[in-house]
Design a protein around this ligand. Sequence first.
Ligand SMILES: O=C[C@H](O)COP(=O)(O)O
Length: 253
Amino acid sequence: MRKNIAAGNWKMNLDLASGKKLASEVINMVNDEVQNDAEVILIPPFTHLTVVKQLIGSSTSVHLGAQNCSDQKGGAFTGEISTEMLQSVGVEYVVVGHSERREIFGEDNALLAAKTKAVLAQGLKPIYCCGEKLETREANQHFDLNKAQIEEGLFDLSKADIQKVVIAYEPVWAIGTGVTASSDQAQEMHQFIRGLIAEKYDQETADGISILYGGSVKPDNAKELFSQPDVDGGLVGGASLKSRDFTDIIKSF
Ligand SMILES: O=C[C@H](O)COP(=O)(O)O
């Protein structure tokens, strides 16, 4: 059965000392307070991965993720980080296609499909992001847009590979804005995405995939969002930078 996941995407925030402090606090709070079986993923900047991995140690509930990777195996690609490098420092998950990568860095579905394959080829798990902008939703094209992002980014994968993917639906209009999708809006899109997977692969495969919601998840809305049948957790930005808030979100399952 699919897992409940709380993933904290720190984005380009925190120097090393602040990152160490945050990771230590979250790991301690998870150990002391969290009773449920949610998987927690800390996703710091590349520079902090090794240190955060050391702090995680052999914890079975806290895992390490990276925010991005190259689609290339290695070589003359200045400034890029390969999946092999990420695996060598203990990364298990890699975020692929966050809306900030799509929008600011122009990453398209074809590149993201290649990155997803690179992550899987290295034995790591992609957290593949999709989500529409406000104008797309207002034009009532949000289902088509998410369908294209899912189909073009993921549907070249084998059944064995798609089963290793985590999907994150993040409506762009809800990211960092304080405006959260309602639990009905989240459930509606998550159910739609799961339906696409069932159609392409099969129902059992679709039922096994964790689909996270992202966009202004906070301690006071997490429970309602996570209680939706097709919402299996959150990809949390701002609130993951505060240990108390992130831990309270983890406790919301
Ligand atoms: O990756 C996380 C998402 O972009 C959500 O960010 P947020 O929780 O700050 O809205």
